[in-house]
Design a protein around this ligand. Structure first.
Ligand SMILES: [Zn+2]
Ligand SMILES: [Zn+2]
Length: 241
């Protein structure tokens, strides 16, 4: 550790992003809080990544959830998330998103890398973060998904593209919409600026939270229209059904 870093640690000791306790080593989250996070462990739906609960059949390796069995047409190849969006993880995500805990990007990207195993095994050519409209970016100063994508790019060695996919229309925050209104709110909100970069590529989309999946879906449709070969979605947390 450099002298400068020791000095910073002395006057501003690292604190756990969840409980606020001082940590000897800066890991983002303390050990006892990590133990309380609900990581989404297998078995999960092979397609959408939703946890399947108790599974008795061992015969089929690629199990699907009821939702995916009913809706056979998928735009996505795979969707995966690292942990459940609950009271505990909500605090961490909100701090990361709105309250400058950008230091968490590295830790969260490591979780993404583990959760996205099926995706990376199947091959990814390019990582793209879900974009913010520029007016929101100015207000918030940074795009949390871009920070995650950057760290994930370093871990995986895969190129990150922050410019090809754009949010061209301001939308109401998704939390203010219900059900089908969420999809409607985002219709035509994204556009591909450089289709040549997307054409024939296997794209991995990154976002912080998956609620109903409307944002990822709209980005996916936009990328597919621009000629993407496949699109996967990987999020840090996910609201469980
Ligand atoms: Zn803690
Ligand atoms: Zn599913």
């Amino acid at each position: 550790m450099t002298i400068w870093k020791s000095f910073i640690n002395f006057i501003l000791p690292p604190r756990c992003a969840l409980c606020g306790h001082i940590m000897k080593i800066d890991k983002g989250i303390c050990d006892s809080c990590i133990a309380n996070i609900e990581f989404l462990k297998p078995p999960v739906c092979y397609h959408c990544g939703h946890p399947l609960g108790e599974v008795t059949s061992q015969s089929n390796k690629h199990l699907l959830c009821g939702h995916c069995l009913k809706n056979k047409r998928h735009n996505f190849r795979f969707v995966r998330s690292a942990f459940a969006y609950d009271e505990l993880s909500k605090k961490m995500i909100l701090d990361f998103k709105f309250y400058d805990r950008t230091d968490l990007a590295n830790l969260l990207a490591k979780m993404l890398y583990i959760a996205g195993e099926d995706i990376f095994k199947s091959g990814v050519d390019m990582i793209i973060p879900v974009p913010l409209h520029y007016t929101r970016l100015i207000k918030r100063k940074y795009n949390q998904s871009s920070l995650l994508a950057k760290e994930l790019g370093k871990l995986s060695g895969i190129t990150v593209d922050n410019f090809s996919l754009r949010k061209i229309r301001r939308t109401k925050p998704q939390v203010e919409c219900n059900g089908s209104a969420r999809l409607k709110n985002l219709k035509g909100a994204f556009s591909v600026k450089y289709p040549d970069k997307i054409k024939g590529k296997r794209i991995l989309l990154i976002d912080d939270v998956l609620t109903t999946g409307s944002t990822l879906k709209e980005c996916c449709v936009t990328l597919k229209r621009a000629g993407a070969k496949s699109v996967d979605g990987l999020t840090v947390s996910r609201v469980l059904r």
